[in-house]
Design a protein around this ligand. Structure first.
Ligand SMILES: *Cc1c(COP(=O)(O)O)cnc(C)c1O
Length: 378
């Protein structure tokens, strides 16, 4: 079976995890956590990056740091993972879903303004497939209406928009290092803090409400409980696993891009013949080959496609049943405007096997079977 994902592994993970164990320092904010944070700050030109226990908790932290209160409204796409919405629900916000663009599957920046009310406090653009949302337009709207912007860049590590790393454009950015993402620590994530004024607040929130980070830097002579907080720092064991991959981040990125480009070139004739649609990467965006998807004409043909591929030993998956039609979406949110593309496009999309180190023979087989399917069906 060719799986649609395989957790990234480069070989040095064992050595770094052994080092962490032998140092007898496996709690949070140890050597490897600090190395990961510093690497991302430098590479992404970010003011502050802190590893968290997941992309979901990074989003939770960001929503809390935005100061959102019960009854406030948060704008987000309906075509996203539940975590994007959960973070807003956690702080008591009402979800306001905005339609996506059919080309990138990202929130349609042109439809955001009409969804703003006097209760709107924040926008969460989700960079689907590691391809950036139209951030200049979104940041302009946020500025004019005094809204916070939290980038859900869970899939966007190593991607950029007009040369700026995703996650560093809004007030906060959130990364995921889940095993399905480009770089992994099993479960984990990071919050990117782009405004100085939130750094200390974030440290306190992440460290159980204490000013322990300040204490370790020698800025206070004892640490105490100074505000509400929780535990969002991962073990240094997990950070050691991630460090192995960040060290060779370009190698991983180039390998994924090569697989992505191979799919693209091989399937282009199908798209040109109008049989399928391929991902669109706008000119301002540099992507990280997080996923490769194709679009079938409709739900029925997609179901046939998935079962044909399965019968041939290839796992392909769809995802994101739109949140506004899910039970919790109905409870916590509303769709602003017309659902022109969210449902329709989500029903047509299917993801192909795409991961670091996928073999040429496997991707050849995936391509051959896709061509066979279209030859037979259309
Ligand atoms: C993976 C993902 C998350 C959640 O990240 P976890 O690390 O699994 O908690 C949030 N949003 C999006 C868009 C994701 O793809």
């Amino acid at each position: 079976m060719i799986t649609f994902n395989a957790a990234p592994f480069v070989g040095t993970e064992f050595d770094y995890m052994k080092q962490a164990i032998e140092s007898h320092k496996i709690c949070g904010d140890g050597k490897f956590t600090k190395q990961c944070d510093a690497w991302m700050e430098k590479r992404f030109n970010a003011k502050k990056v802190m590893l968290t226990t997941s992309g979901s908790t990074a989003l939770d932290m960001a929503m809390m740091l935005c100061g959102i209160k019960p009854g406030d409204e948060v704008i987000l796409p309906s075509y996203t993972f539940s975590s994007t919405a959960n973070a807003a629900v956690l702080v008591g916000a009402k979800l306001v879903f905005v339609d996506i663009r059919p080309d990138t599957m990202n929130i349609d920046e042109k439809k955001i303004e009409a969804a703003i009310t006097d209760k709107t406090k924040a926008i969460i653009p989700v960079h689907y497939a590691g391809v950036s949302c139209e951030m200049d337009t979104i940041m302009d709207i946020a500025k004019r209406y005094d809204l916070m912007v939290v980038e859900d860049a869970a899939q966007g590590v190593m991607s950029s928009y007009k040369g700026k790393a995703l996650g560093t454009i809004g007030d906060f950015g959130c990364y995921s290092f889940h095993e399905t993402k480009n770089y992994s620590m099993g479960e984990g994530g990071a919050i990117v803090i782009n405004k100085e004024e939130y750094i200390e607040k974030a440290e306190i929130l992440r460290e159980k409400g204490t000013n322990r980070s300040k204490f370790f830097r020698g800025q206070v002579d004892k640490y105490s409980w100074v505000d509400f907080g929780d535990s969002y720092l991962p073990s240094d064991l997990n950070a050691a696993y991630l460090w192995a991959q960040l060290e060779v981040a370009d190698q991983i990125n180039n390998n994924r891009l090569a697989s992505w480009n191979k799919y693209y070139q091989a399937l282009k004739p199908l798209a040109e013949a109008g049989l399928t649609e391929l991902p669109v990467i706008p000119g301002e965006c540099t992507h990280n080959a997080h996923m490769f998807y194709i679009k079938l004409p409709d739900l029925e043909s997609r179901t046939e496609f998935i079962s044909f591929m399965k019968d041939n030993g290839i796992q392909t998956v769809f995802h994101y049943v739109p949140l506004h039609s899910a039970p919790a979406g109905l409870k916590y949110g509303r769709f602003a405007g017309e659902d022109r593309y969210t449902t329709k496009e989500s029903e047509r999309l299917v993801r192909l096997p795409m991961f670091y180190g996928i073999s040429d023979s496997d991707s050849d087989k995936v391509i051959a079977k896709i061509l066979e399917f279209f030859d037979k069906e259309f």
